[in-house]
Design a protein around this ligand. Structure first.
Ligand SMILES: [Zn+2]
Length: 420
């Protein structure tokens, strides 16, 4: 690629084997390779969606006016019990198309039929960390459930280099103590991440205190489930001691501000306290059933505004820092070791994953002022012109090839499930 503008400087980028081979003003295209003329477009790192349930695009616009627990128990879980792999495949393809269009290269997913998710992600060209949800509250056959989880882990390991495997115990209120311990042991033994919802509602904290006499982060830690490969979604009600513990263990917390607002949980991750404690923080959309968009830039604005509003402090989250949260630069655990040794995570440097965006040169939202500030407060994902993931051009000119057909197939699957 030639003629891109990175931090005010015109640069070329050369990619090989999914990585950035060279980047800088002196870099010229390699003869014979595919070349993009960026023609002065701003170049930025691609975004990382730290928590979602991609196939839940099928649930978009379905029963959205209920509180979390009723929404799950009465509306979502009964339909999910009827899901087939092809439902998950097309729901995930639709999510991937939206993520490509709005600049996300990598996402953390927790959903049923994880192999169908992996197929969809590979076909779309994105990267994902995938885990099938583990839930055993009221389950009759915990042994079979564990066997099935391990079969999924082994099957996911057979996919290509853009697919990473995780274990995904759903939450402390849907997973028994025994199953959580088992998941933590398996994750440690296999060096896999643990991806879990934590401290989303105040009720979850109250129930945990009543059942175990300790708050959710301390409870997880006692079960061996809080470590540097743990990714905690939400963290709305974490207190100071929990944030200190999470920082000490090196776990990551992913804020999902729009899902928190939509489900009216009463707050959002306390970012200033998390940063003060030294917690690694990322940003997620959560599933399209509870957001309902996968446009991470748009959620970044909501996150930044909520932090300013809640703290009464307009300096609490500078725009450049907010962009680092959205690209995973403040949560190395979300990038899972991607990038050259010693380099800061999420930076476009030689040896880093070739995951980057060209922004529309003619976007009025970006035409004047500081780029990071414009991206956080003025833009949405519609300013993305070109999305490159693992060195492959997945979108050029703001349109994802085949999106109309993908939408038609996903809508057909939602109708089959009786939710559209
Ligand atoms: Zn979630």
């Amino acid at each position: 690629m030639t003629g891109a503008v990175l931090d005010g400087e015109t640069v070329g980028v050369r990619c090989a084997d999914g990585l950035i081979e060279a980047i800088g003003p002196e870099v010229t295209p390699q003869p014979g390779g595919e070349t993009i003329d960026a023609a002065g477009a701003p170049l930025v790192a691609a975004l990382v969606n730290g928590h979602t349930h991609a196939a839940m695009t099928l649930f978009r616009g379905y029963a959205g006016d209920l509180p979390l627990i009723r929404w799950l128990r009465e509306k979502v879980w009964p339909v999910e019990a009827r899901l087939e792999p092809d439902d998950v495949y097309w729901g995930t393809r639709l999510a991937c198309a939206e993520m490509i269009r709005t600049g996300t290269a990598r996402f953390w997913d927790m959903y049923w039929h994880p192999q169908a998710t992996a197929r969809a992600v590979e076909d779309a060209g994105l990267r994902a960390h995938i885990g099938g949800p583990l839930l055993d509250v009221g389950a009759d056959s915990p042994h079979e459930l564990r066997e099935a989880a391990l079969r999924d882990v082994e099957a996911l390991a057979e996919f290509g280099p853009t697919i990473d495997t995780s274990l995904a115990p759903h939450s402390i209120y849907t997973v028994s103590e025994g199953l959580m311990r088992w998941a933590a042991e398996q994750a440690a033994e296999r060096e896999l991440p643990l991806h879990i919802h934590l401290s989303e509602t105040e009720q979850e904290v109250a129930d945990c205190l009543e059942a175990h006499g300790e708050r959710p982060a301390a409870y997880l830690d006692r079960l061996g489930a809080l470590g540097e490969r743990t990714v905690l979604a939400h963290g709305v009600w974490l207190d100071r001691a929990e944030l200190d513990l999470i920082a000490e263990r090196g776990a990551t917390v992913v804020a999902n501000p729009v899902a928190n607002l939509k489900l009216a949980v009463g707050g959002v991750l306390p970012y200033a306290a998390a940063r003060h404690a030294g917690v690694a923080v990322g940003l997620g959309t959560d599933g399209a059933g509870s957001n309902d968009s996968l446009d991470l830039l748009s959620d970044l604005k909501t996150f930044a505004l909520l932090q300013r509003h809640a703290s009464g402090d307009a300096t609490v989250l500078p725009a450049a820092e907010a962009m680092e949260i959205a690209t995973g630069a403040r949560a190395p655990g979300l990038l899972d070791g991607a990038g050259p040794p010693g380099a800061a995570p999420g930076r476009l440097v030689p040896g880093a994953p070739a995951d980057f965006l060209l922004l529309r040169r003619d976007a009025p939202e970006l035409g004047i002022g500081d780029l990071a500030s414009d991206l956080v407060y003025a833009a949405s994902g519609s300013v993305v012109d070109t999305t490159v993931v693992a060195g492959r051009v997945l979108m050029r000119g703001g349109e994802v090839e085949g999106e109309a057909e993908i939408l038609a197939r996903a809508a057909e699957r939602a109708r089959r499930l009786g939710i559209a």
